[in-house]
Design a protein around this ligand. Structure first.
Ligand SMILES: C[S@@+](CC[C@H](N)C(=O)[O-])C[C@H]1O[C@@H](n2cnc3c(N)ncnc32)[C@H](O)[C@@H]1O
Length: 410
């Protein structure tokens, strides 16, 4: 209103209806366009190592259809082009980027970026994908040409009516967009995205976005890059039961992928209640401390149904299972913890002790080494996550002692 020198909101409304540029400027002011190239390294690896190989295997030479929904100034859509080129399948896909902000899309079309958009991108990728002009980075034409952009409001009821090309998508990235929507809108958008996926097509949201698996019949796979969604392929299981977990593979070459879970097979949580739910942990601990481990485990089961991605709950389950002598169950719970967060040193350490008791000395040693490496990377007095205040140095010492003990008993 200040810019238009208006005093009356009704005048503003008239102005916005009649003036596309004014409307676009308002949208640009209201939206958050924060983005950068190859955002969320763990998710990029999931694309590289899980999603793209699956699509190539299933689709053969058929052209792939990718969509960056809420693409802001284009970094995400162009990142897909870069990734495809790196994987040697650059010519196999069409990529569409959409956003509600016409101002952002105009910048996306120019494909010209500052260093901030390239933070974290390896130098060799910058050299091969961009041409430098002063302090600006111009995306190579061959990559720019692979992406087309269009305006789309994700709150609109029918995306195909606005952009017919949005159908039978093999991959949709809708990351860091749904956090801005009300719960009912998220539910409707999830159903529409599901509807626009080809059978077997993948959907990735951002780490802070709300979960979608209650809103449409997605398959879900837990990966090091978070939960990824998939439209069911007709007639057969559409992904391998144990999905290689890139971050675990890279960080801890020996870690087993056996704990990978299909979240859809876990009991479905209720849609999020409007108020923050109470933390179930104190009650569960009270049961455990009061000598009722079975009751505590039953309560934990219910809590895990509601919060299947909560590492603390899975870890507590492991501790109780150890108390009850259910070592195989405890190992499974700990592997679940590590699939949700492979950096939890205490889970590696506890897994090591369980595996040692189960007689799996090699795996136990690997787990102790992982715990040691993670603790060694922390300042000595840093409290370790889930370890009830234990500092890194003490946990490292415990892991070293266990490792030595396992080696001595060989
Ligand atoms: C934080 S950016 C995310 C960019 C990119 N997806 C990423 O993860 O780096 C959020 C984008 O969502 C867009 N957005 C917000 N509401 C939208 C809507 N109703 N329809 C389409 N896009 C919307 C914004 O304009 C903004 O560009």
């Amino acid at each position: 209103m200040t810019r238009g020198r208006l005093a009356d909101p009704a005048q503003l409304l008239q102005w916005l209806i009649g003036d596309e540029a004014a409307f676009a400027a308002l949208v640009a002011d209201l939206t958050v366009g924060e983005t950068y190239f190859l955002r969320e390294a763990a998710q990029i690896e999931v694309l590289r190592r899980l999603v793209l190989p699956d699509l190539v295997r299933r689709r053969g030479v058929a052209p792939l259809r990718f969509w960056s929904a809420g693409c802001a100034t284009g970094e995400e859509a162009y990142s897909l082009a870069i990734l495809l080129e790196q994987e040697g399948i650059g010519n196999m896909a069409t990529i569409v980027g959409t956003d509600i902000s016409a101002v952002a899309l105009a910048r996306a079309g120019r494909a010209e970026y500052g260093a901030w958009s390239l933070r974290g991108v390896p130098q060799d990728v910058i050299v091969s994908a961009f041409r430098r002009q002063g302090d600006r980075y111009l995306l190579a034409d061959r990559l720019r040409r692979q992406v087309t952009f269009g305006t789309l409001n994700l709150a609109a009821p029918d995306y195909r009516a606005v952009m017919p090309v949005l159908d039978q998508m093999d991959l949709i990235l809708c990351r860091n967009v749904l956090i801005y929507f009300a719960a009912e809108a998220v539910e409707a958008i999830a159903a529409r995205l599901h509807d626009l996926l080809a059978p077997g097509g993948w959907l990735l949201t951002g780490p802070s976005d709300p979960p979608l698996w209650t809103f449409a019949p997605f398959e879900t796979v837990v990966t090091a890059g978070g939960v990824v969604y998939r439209r069911r392929a007709v007639g057969r299981p559409s992904y391998p039961s144990a999905v290689p977990d890139p971050a675990v593979d890279m960080t801890f070459p020996g870690a087993s992928p056996a704990g990978c879970e299909d979240v859809a097979k876990l009991p479905r949580p209720e849609p999020a209640p409007p108020v923050m739910p109470p933390d179930p942990r104190p009650g569960i601990r009270a049961l455990a401390d009061g000598g009722q481990p079975q009751a505590a485990l039953a309560a934990l089961g219910q809590a895990i149904d509601r919060f299947p991605l909560d590492t603390g709950l899975h870890y507590l389950a492991a501790v109780l299972q150890i108390d009850l002598g259910r070592l195989d169950d405890a190992a499974a719970s700990l592997r679940r913890v590590l699939y949700l967060d492979s950096t939890l040193a205490v889970a590696h350490l506890t897994l090591g002790t369980v595996l040692r008791r189960l007689g799996a000395a090699d795996d136990a040693r690997r787990a102790f080494r992982n715990a040691l490496a993670l603790c060694a990377a922390l300042p000595d007095d840093t409290p370790v996550a889930l370890a009830e205040g234990e500092p890194a140095a003490r946990l490292a010492a415990a892991a070293a002692a266990q490792l030595a003990g396992t080696e001595a008993s060989q």
